[in-house]
Write a protein that binds this ligand. Structure first.
Ligand code: SF4
Length: 320
């Protein structure tokens, strides 16, 4: 163990205790290196003097610190999100974009989009290996409100980017689906309830119409496609139904879903934000159900936001 680590251990500040709610174990961690270990919770305050723990830490800390330094300061971007329009055809309760922008905003002209991608391509070529393509994800508002520009850009830069599109799923007609799937564009949809009455509580058109069935139809058409996912934004309205959500996703052979907590950017979102404890309980119950479904059928439904948390704990530098 180097002198700095030894000094921090001697002063009792090397390991920070973390209560993980387990009857026997607590975690200790060093944020500088992301080293962590489980210890007897009755002896957690002795961690900074535990010879076995210090030896395990000393064997790994240098390597971990180098990896984390590279993660924090050495990485260059390898992907980009593009918003090709300010508009959206929906008016979700929790939207993070101002309603005036979504209803009256502008589309990015195709020339601007093509010029932007040209500059981005040149940048990525200068920082990425020649055999790797950067990712470009079209994102919201609702990118398919400006579908002609998006589709032209995908064809113009097919050799330069791996494309993705995050959409509310309501404008995915057969033509759009054929175009996107024939070019291997990864597609992300959004659905907030297992039945229309629950989805409608937070996601509707400006005129108040339900979009639940349209999204379900898109999901049905995407069954069997290799690269697609569905996001559920978790609110007070759908929290009791998260288990039914994952059952619905599994039945539709969704490869990957995300059960995201609502983002409290605007006041509408704050009105439907679940309490953290309620969110955790519902999420873990839904995760348990995905595991049961896997045991019952042998087919996995990946909950990507939870998988990312696990990867972040077990291998902090893996997400890079
Ligand atoms: S679909 Fe997305 S961008 Fe449109 S209103 Fe809903 S949250 Fe906002």
């Amino acid at each position: 163990m180097n002198a700095v680590f030894a000094e921090r251990a001697a002063s009792g500040t090397l390991f920070r205790p973390v209560d993980i709610g387990h009857p026997v174990y607590a975690a200790v961690t060093d944020p500088q290196t992301a080293f962590w270990a489980l210890v007897d919770k009755t002896r957690v305050h002795e961690a900074n003097r535990d010879p076995a723990l210090l030896a395990a830490y000393g064997a790994k800390a240098g390597q971990f610190e180098q990896e984390l330094h590279a993660l924090r300061f050495g990485l260059k971007p390898s992907g980009v999100y593009l918003n090709p329009t300010e508009r959206c055809n929906l008016n979700c309760t929790y939207c993070y974009l101002p309603d005036t922008q979504r209803s009256g905003g502008s589309h990015m002209p195709v020339e601007t989009l093509l010029a932007s991608l040209g500059k981005l391509r040149d940048y990525f070529r200068s920082v990425m290996p020649a055999d790797r393509k950067p990712r470009a994800i079209f994102h919201g508002a609702e990118p398919l409100m400006n579908a002609p520009a998006v589709f032209e850009a995908i064809d113009a830069f097919a050799d330069d980017f791996v494309f993705g599109l995050q959409t509310n799923g309501t404008l995915l007609d057969d033509k759009a689906l054929d175009f996107l799937t024939s070019r291997n564009v990864s597609i992300g949809l959004s659905l907030d309830g297992p039945v229309a009455g629950i989805t409608d509580a937070t996601r509707r058109t400006w005129g108040g119409k339900s979009v639940h069935d349209k999204v379900l139809r898109s999901m049905e058409k995407l069954r069997g496609y290799g690269s697609w996912s569905v996001i559920t934004t978790c609110t007070t309205e759908n929290l009791p139904y998260l288990t039914r959500m994952v059952e619905l996703f599994h039945a539709h052979e969704v490869p990957t879903c995300m059960l995201n907590t609502v983002r409290c950017t605007l006041s509408g979102a704050r009105g439907v934000k679940p309490a953290d404890g309620d969110m955790a309980t519902a999420l873990f119950t839904a995760l348990d159900r995905t595991y049961e479904l896997y045991q019952e059928t042998g087919r996995k439904l990946m909950v990507a936001n939870f998988a990312n948390i696990l990867i972040g704990i077990l291998a902090p530098t893996a997400p890079c």
